[in-house]
Design a protein around this ligand. Structure first.
Ligand SMILES: Nc1nc(=O)c2c([nH]1)NC[C@@H]1CN(c3ccc(C(=O)N[C@@H](CCC(=O)O)C(=O)O)cc3)CN21
Ligand SMILES: O=c1ccn([C@H]2C[C@H](O)[C@@H](COP(=O)(O)O)O2)c(=O)[nH]1
Length: 307
């Protein structure tokens, strides 16, 4: 049996050697393939965490909890030393004000000043908003539509449907709110999730419209597996398969060193993920509830993020 991670390494290799080279939105340039699917069996605590480079899985877990909290502001992330979303609001700030501050300075401003954080730390109606508070509009007697106080909590509805109607083919949530894409710092990449219950096992599929194989993939695959495990625990199901699928899977041209280094490494061991507690609801998990064990990765490989 090949190591499950080999699927990713093969995709990385195929994309780098045969992908279409083009200029992309960021100006960095990519090599790109369209349509890819990887499958991971999550039985026995297995988790698709890369072993051919160290992945900061707690950063990904904190990001997932931040989505579930409904927040769309980077401040709670920065408070936890998570920097992965700072570059986009920082670029907007520098562009709008003509300033030229660096990331550390900008993060200090976000932490120090509530009003500044509320304005410049916000990413628009990204994942958190759409997942737990998808806006709804109610018709008024005068014919106008007014935004309702609370929106649709897709995650709460998903847990309900998994519990009470496991055979459904509608276990879906999505961040792709077409009407609100314009207001988002970035439209969702890991955009649609679907689940399936069979023989007491919960399987899940992620459709990622755009995947940065060098940086984003490692986070996205881990995060989708973690969310699946949380949902399974909440619904008293065993974990089944995680199916990861991508539309545009790409490697940035300035990630060549990462591709070369990572493809020279051979995956080893089977990283595992344990949930240490069963919280009352899907919204009550904390970072300390997650434990990764049997994880002895090769050294991290740093690579620049295209903004
Ligand atoms: N070009 C690009 N790639 C992405 O993966 C990406 C975006 N943009 N924009 C939105 C989010 C932000 N994400 C990011 C951003 C940065 C890292 C990153 O720098 N990761 C490093 C260090 C992580 C750490 O320890 O803090 C890594 O080596 O994985 C990862 C995911 C994923 N997404
Ligand atoms: O969770 C994420 C978020 C983002 N990405 C990557 C994919 C692309 O490289 C960029 C987004 O650019 P678009 O022009 O909006 O596609 O970020 C990721 O891999 N995972």
């Amino acid at each position: 049996m090949p190591h499950p991670e080999q699927q990713y390494l093969d995709l990385l290799h195929r994309t780098w050697t045969t992908g279409d080279e083009r200029r992309d939105r960021t100006g960095v340039g990519t090599r790109s393939l369209f349509g890819a699917q990887l499958r991971f069996d999550l039985a026995g605590d297995a988790v698709p965490l890369l072993t051919t480079k160290r992945v900061a899985w707690k950063v990904a877990a904190r990001e997932l909890l931040w989505f579930l909290s409904g927040s769309t502001n980077i401040r709670p992330l920065v408070e936890q030393n998570v920097h992965i979303w700072t570059d986009w609001p920082l670029a907007r700030y520098n562009r709008d004000t003509g300033a030229n501050v660096d990331r550390a300075t900008f993060e200090a401003m976000i932490l120090a000043d509530d009003a500044f954080a509320a304005d410049y730390g916000d990413l628009g109606p990204v994942y958190g908003k759409q997942w737990v508070d998808w806006p709804v509009y109610e018709p008024q007697p005068d014919g106008r539509f007014v935004r309702a106080q609370t929106g649709i909590n897709q995650i709460a509805l998903l847990v309900e449907s998994l519990r009470h109607n496991p055979g459904s083919r509608r276990h879906i949530f999505t961040g792709w709110n077409v009407a609100e894409l314009d207001g988002m710092a970035l439209p969702p990449c890991h955009m649609t999730y679907q689940y399936h219950v069979a023989a007491g096992r919960l399987s899940g599929m992620l459709w990622q419209r755009s995947c940065d194989l060098g940086l984003g993939y490692a986070f996205n695959a881990f995060s989708a597996a973690l969310l699946l495990r949380m949902l399974a625990q909440q619904c008293d199901l065993e974990p089944g398969d995680l199916v990861w699928s991508a539309g545009d899977a790409h490697v940035y041209l300035n990630h060549e060193h990462l591709v070369t280094e990572q493809l020279s490494r051979v995956p080893t061991g089977t990283p595992k993920l344990r949930l240490l507690r069963k919280p009352a609801t899907i919204f009550d998990y904390r970072i300390d509830d997650f434990e990764v064990y049997d994880y002895a990765p090769m050294p991290g490989i740093s690579a620049p993020v295209a903004v």
